[in-house]
Each structure stands twice: as C-alpha cells, then as structure tokens.
Design a protein around this ligand. Structure first.
Ligand code: BES
Ligand code: MN
Ligand code: ZN
Length: 507
C-alpha cells in the first residue's frame, strides 16, 4: 500500500525518486503551473522553455521527464500535463489535478517515493491530488512472479506519495488529505477484489473478507449462508447460485453513528463469476466476468470508508453474492423462482442473473425502511452500448434523487448520465406463468433491467439504480488515475452520497 505524507520541505532538499510538477497548456506553449516555483528557479527560470524544447505542450496526460537541477537531492523532475491553463482569476479544476496526479503516479510505478508539487489553492485541491496519486499508484501484482522474471513480474506500487506546498497544520487541509487516504485505500481494496481471479474469490471468500474488514472498523456484519438463505426464502439469490459448487451468500454490513438522523442502504451485485449459467455466454464474452461483483465491491468499500470517516449517517451495505454457473443443479431457462418478496419470476435467460440476486437484496434492504436505497451493479451490456466504457447510467423512482446522484458523481469526477424508466417497457416482462419474467424487450435492455428491479423496492422508498457495466472494468489501457482491470467505479460517488446525507444536504 502506498504511504501518504505531508511535507513542508522545499523541493531542493527533498529526498525522493522524483519531484512531480504541473505544466499547463498556455496560449503560446507550455506554462509551468504554480507550485513548481522553486523548481523553475533552480533552472534559472528557464523551465517553460526547457519543457518546450523537450516537446512538452502541457496537454492532459502528457509526461515529460528531465534531470533535476544541480543541488537537488531528487534525481528527476517529472512534469505532467494539466491541460488548458485556466484564466487569470481561475485555478486548475479538481478533476484535472486528480487525473494529472494519477498519470504521474502511474509513470512512477515501482519507485520508492515521489514528491508532488502540483498547484493547489485550497484543501479540496490537496485532497484531489492525494486521491489521484494514491489511485494512480495502484497496481495489482498478487499473481505476478515478482523478481524472478523481470518481464512478467509486477513492479509493485509507488511506495510513498509526499504532498508539497499545502498547509500540513491546517485542520481543513489535514481532513481533506485523510479523507483521500481512507477513500482511496478502500477503493483500491475494491479493485483488488475485482481483479482477484474467480477461482480465488467465491461468495464465501468475499464474505470472509467483508467479515474481517467489518470487525476491524466496528461495522456490524451478518452473513446468510445457503442454509439461512433457504430458511429465509431468498429464491433469487439461491436460484442464481444453484449451479455452482460454491454456495451463495448475502452479507449485511451495518455502520451506525450515534448522531445519525438518516439511514442509507447500498445494495451491490456480487456475482463472483458470470458464465451466463445454462444460457451460457459465448467465448469472447466471459473472459472478464470476474468483474461481475464490482457493485458489491463498491458497496463494501463505501461502507468501510464511511466508517473510517466517522460519517454521521447510518449506512447499511448489502452484498448479494453468488456464482452463476451451468451444471446439473443450475436454474434452467423456464424455471420459476419464488423470490424473497414473495413474487414469482420466470427465468427466461439465466444470464440475466444480476437482477435476481439484487431483487432479494433490495427487498431485504427495504424491510428496514431506509431513507433511500442505491443499488450498484454491472447489470447490462445494453448500458455499455448506450454510454460506453467510462460512464455509468443512473435510474431512479425519484427524479430529484437521480439528479442528486448524477451531481454527486460529477463532484467526485465520475462520469454518469441519468437514464429513464419508460413505463411501456414493463409489459415486455409479462410472463404467462409467473408474476414477471427476468427478461423483456432487447431494445433498451438497461432500462428494462431497471424496471425489473423497481418491482422489488418496498412501497414508498426512494431508490436509485446505478449500472456500472461500462466503467467497472477497464479493458483498454490505463488513463488518468484509472488502471487496467478493476476500476472501483461508484465507490467515490457512494461515499459522497453518504457525506451529503450526513451533512443534511440530501433527502
Ligand atoms: N454481467 C452481465 C452484464 C455485463 C456485460 C457486465 C458486459 C459487464 C460487461 C449481465 O449479467 C448480463 O449478462 N446481462 C445480460 C442480460 C440479458 C440476458 C437480458 C446482457 O446484458 O446481455
Ligand atoms: Mn449475466
Ligand atoms: Zn452478470
């Protein structure tokens, strides 16, 4: 894990592998961003010219390395592009800082220590830089043969991020940086869970991880195993898990605060592997399906982060864990499941399994009458087709709540978009046999899934559904503070929602 330190030291005397500075895209070439004055001075004020000579433009994501000036303890200056230079009376935005810090941290994978001298005007900027650096520093090397084979071996994460230029003794500054540390550590833990191969993370193993973390952070945890699920009548979770040798679980994490006046419930889809079941996915569609528990990982991370931050809000996390496999005991297309809510569902396609486990968890969450429920799920390929691989879709039974989630996501730098729940799509799920089928029209499949979930939310409860099928797992190259593989999508939005609720600014 990457350490985070605050430093008041001047850049020259700092012992580190690199000093990270910012470079903006000015009207007439690259401009050195505030925060790098000491570095620029050591180059006799010629840094912008040197950067231009080296081909730097200040474009977002650009990395330029140069030897540190004489007298510097660090050997390397790493200039990272911040994008267009802001107008005179404005500052670089938080997300630009977060991304640049992430790009720099990625470029320094394997280094012991990097000092970040990026521009910051307030505590929030410091938090954003810390967040970007700690998220960018992430690497998943648990299965790499470290050291033995330099090619396949992981380099390990960046060891330490030192923040320069802030006010380490300022209360607000300290709080922002500590928040960044808590959120990114839990987010990176979610990434680890997502990246862990499915043969090492079945529902039981995931539940055990949740139990350990919950105990560590004073969160109450309850795990329903197969027996308990059977006794309770959780037909959706059991039906999805029926084909797997590894039984399903429902994990309930309860974080409570003595002064809380509001209660949020987060529900996560936790399919530890989605083969499609009897409606088997073809090759080409199942290689990344270990990521199908990303919603549960996000919920888990958010609840632990809320506990670490001591937020004055009660947050219950529900992890609906199952492995979707074909076998002689698997649910068949045509089977009817009796769900926890009592409704019956005709399973027409066993690959539409996420909505089945979520339905039971939503109904369980509803029984506590929380002020609002948010579910997070890698639910539909249709949402990926609609919004691409970086944007999650938000649906809700309440327009204001949907807007609040989109706003919270924007605030933390997660791209999202509001999506509708068109009533006319509901009848496509009418079943001749059961109360509802688990599939409807193909067109608008992401919205159909949302409409299905809506049926399992308790009467009068504010609810939103976040479909992260696109952004949960990055199959492309890394960008900004986002690595390849598990991204930790929605964690920061959920944490922000909990913060806003605690502050009385939501609902
Ligand atoms: N886990 C998948 C959705 C998914 C697709 C997640 C791509 C991440 C990337 C989900 O369980 C699924 O298979 N959905 C089906 C539903 C359909 C059968 C109604 C889909 O979207 O094709
Ligand atoms: Mn599926
Ligand atoms: Zn799935």
């Amino acid at each position: 894990m990457t350490a985070l330190t605050l430093s008041t030291a001047a850049a020259p005397g700092l012992r580190a592998d690199a000093i990270v500075i910012g470079v903006g895209k000015g009207g007439k070439g690259p401009v050195v961003a505030p925060g790098a004055d000491a570095v620029d001075k050591a180059y006799d004020g010629r840094l912008a010219g040197i950067l231009e000579t080296l081909g730097a433009s200040g474009a977002e994501g650009e990395i330029t390395k140069l030897p540190a000036p004489a007298g510097f303890k660090a050997p390397l200056v790493l200039a990272v592009g911040l994008g267009t230079e802001p107008a005179d009376d404005e500052a670089y935005g938080a997300e630009a800082l977060r991304r640049a810090a992430g790009v720099a941290a990625r470029a320094l994978t394997g280094a012991k220590k990097a000092a970040f001298a990026l521009p910051l005007t307030d505590a929030a900027d410091a938090g954003a830089i810390a967040e970007g650096a700690l998220l960018g520093a992430y690497s998943f090397d648990a299965y790499k043969d470290n050291g033995k084979d330099a090619k396949s071996g992981g380099k390990g994460p960046l060891g330490e991020v030192a923040l320069l230029g802030g006010k380490p003794r300022d209360k607000e500054y300290k709080a922002a940086v500590e928040r960044a540390l808590a959120v990114t550590e839990e987010l990176n833990r979610a990434r680890d869970l997502i990246n862990t191969p499915p043969n090492d993370l079945d529902p039981e193993a995931f539940a055990a991880v949740a139990q350990t973390a919950a105990k560590e952070h004073g969160i109450k945890v309850e795990v329903l195993d197969e027996k308990a699920l059977e006794k309770g009548g959780y037909g959706g979770i059991l039906g999805v898990g029926a084909g797997s040798a590894a039984g399903p679980r429902l994990v309930k994490l309860s974080y409570t605060h003595a002064e809380a006046t509001k209660h949020l419930a987060f529900v996560g889809k936790g399919i530890t592997y989605d083969s499609g079941g009897i409606s088997l996915k073809p090759a080409g569609h199942n290689e990344t399906m270990k990521c199908d528990m990303s919603g549960a990982a996000a919920v888990f991370a958010a609840v632990v982060a809320a506990a670490r931050l001591g937020l004055a809000v009660n947050v219950t996390g529900w992890l609906a864990l199952a492995e979707n496999m074909p076998s002689g005991s698997a649910t068949r297309p045509g089977d009817v499941l009796r769900m926890y809510s009592g409704k019956t569902v005709e399973v027409l396609n066993t690959d539409a399994e996420g909505r089945l486990v979520l339905a039971d968890a939503l109904w369980a969450a509803s029984a506590e009458k929380p002020d609002a429920i948010v579910d997070v799920a890698t639910l539909t390929g249709a949402m990926v087709l609609a919004l691409g691989s970086r944007t999650f879709g938000v649906m809700a039974n309440d327009d204001a709540f949907r807007a609040a989630i989109v706003d919270a996501a924007e605030e933390v730098g997660e791209p999202s978009w509001p999506m509708p729940l068109p009533e006319h799509l509901r009848k496509g799920m009418d079943s001749p046999t059961a109360d509802i089928a688990n599939m409807g029209e193909r067109m608008g499949g992401g919205l159909v899934a949302g409409l299905f979930l809506r049926e399992f939310v308790g009467e009068g409860i504010t609810w939103a559904h976040v479909d992260i099928a696109g952004p949960a797992f990055n199959e492309g190259g890394p960008f900004g503070y986002t690595p390849k593989g598990g991204t930790g999508s929605a964690v920061r939005t959920l944490v922000r929602l909990a913060e806003l609720t605690a502050a009385g600014d939501l609902g």
